[in-house]
Design a protein around this ligand. Structure first.
Ligand code: UD1
Length: 380
């Protein structure tokens, strides 16, 4: 038996293992799995690490996006970064040994992404990283560590924007490993937007289209420090005095808001509406008709760019510069006055219109699968 035959067989199907773990992985994996399923020469194994496990953080997304039930569920749950990363590795290693995929496909930058890539690298399984090369240049972000390390051990690096390729080349990644393919998350958005709009979310929330703001906050640097969170709420106060602010609250943030004096502060903002985490379609339906979005998410900066909705990113940096250079995004930091001034300008009609970034056209998954089928077994 040749080495190739041991790993899925040169003549047999190309065996791909895809790993998802956290909410933002799901919409990136969905178009890839759908496209992989169209090819008889490809066999796919889906692993869900269970990094996110609440119904609203995980199953709701599988359901909304039509993802197949995972072949393996690792159930790792929450923990410190080391515990979560290590638990994914310990649970995944025996499965990867048993399944012997030709290629591991990982998406994004969460702890499950890095953990899975590390397991594959040590087992000699080729790694494809989707959404490679994004850099905030802020090593204080856990995701930045995950991005840098995953890219360093990946064999195939699929990028969403031109800057990502520049970053990878600077880090010494050989050019032939890098493939600029566009954005799989936007594949999902463009496919699902009609269904999301059909939900009539603004009406269901009792707000008028283009007459409300959407807020999301979950980054540890924003929500774990009460002083920073208080600044952000000061800015939100100004926005909610102008338009209703719909705020689906991440579990991490809900814990923080329940602590200390912040609960009183929230009670004094009548037009700030705290919601449970929303499903993919519900949230997209709300984003699509918002007048303004305030967020510290990475993906939402990209989604608002495609939707043409002005976005204020409540961070000091972005790893997605194309959303600022070409899209509707503005990076405004965490100072209350600066955020409020930008928000008021947008509410007064001064938001960016933006344009669609190159290759964000709904066909990224097709390009990725074409590359995987061509070079999946041999060197890139
Ligand atoms: C993770 C990702 C982040 C991504 C975010 C999207 C890392 C390092 N971070 O952050 O990049 O933007 O997901 O949501 O991988 N919790 C629940 N239920 C769940 C999941 C989490 O209650 O289903 C709570 C737990 O208290 C947990 C906390 O949220 O400790 C944080 O979860 P975790 O997966 O560690 O990180 P996120 O903040 O969600």
């Amino acid at each position: 038996m040749t080495a190739g035959a041991e790993h899925g067989g040169v003549a047999g199907p190309l065996k791909i293992m895809a790993v998802v773990g956290a909410r933002p992985n799901m919409m990136k994996a969905a178009p890839l799995l759908r496209e992989l399923a169209r090819h008889a020469d490809v066999e796919t194994v889906l692993v869900h690490t269970g990094q996110h496990y609440d119904e609203r953080m995980s199953e709701a997304f599988f359901r909304d996006l039509g993802l197949p039930a995972p072949d393996h569920y690792l159930g790792v749950g929450s923990g410190t970064h080391a515990a979560q990363t290590a638990n994914v590795m310990l649970a995944l290693e025996p499965i990867m040994i048993a399944e012997r995929p030709d290629v591991l496909v990982v998406v994004g930058d969460v702890n499950s992404t890095l953990a899975a890539a590390l397991v594959a690298a040590k087992l000699g399984v080729r790694i494809a990283h989707v959404e490679a090369g994004l850099r905030s240049f802020d090593r204080g972000m856990p995701e930045e560590i995950n991005r840098v390390l995953t890219d360093a051990i990946s064999d195939l690096l699929f990028t969403t924007e031109r800057d990502a390729e520049t970053n990878l080349l600077r880090e010494g990644v050989p050019a032939e490993r890098i493939h600029f393919v566009g954005n799989v998350m936007i594949d999902t958005l463009l496919r699902e937007l009609p269904r999301a709009r059909a939900l009539g979310m603004p009406g269901r929330m009792g707000v008028a289209a283009r007459e409300y703001a959407v807020l999301t906050l979950h980054r540890p640097s924003n929500v774990d420090d009460p002083a920073v969170l208080a600044q952000l709420l000061d800015a939100v106060d100004v926005v909610q005095s102008r338009v209703p602010v719909l705020f689906p609250v991440h579990p991490r943030t809900r814990q923080r808001l329940a602590e200390g004096s912040l609960a009183d502060r929230l009670a004094r903002m009548p037009a700030l509406r705290l919601l449970e985490p929303l499903g993919y379609l519900e949230f997209l339906g709300l984003l699509a008709d918002a007048r303004l979005v305030l967020t510290d998410s990475g993906g939402i900066q990209e989604e608002t760019t495609i939707l043409g909705v002005p976005c204020l990113t409540l961070r000091e940096n972005t790893e997605r510069p194309v959303t600022v250079l070409e899209g509707t995004n503005e990076v405004v930091g965490t100072n209350a006055d600066r955020i409020a001034a930008a928000a008021v300008r947008i509410l007064d009609g001064g938001g960016k219109a933006g344009r669609r970034p190159e290759l964000w056209d709904g066909h990224a998954a097709e390009r990725i699968v074409a590359v995987l089928r061509t070079v999946g077994r041999r060197g890139a």
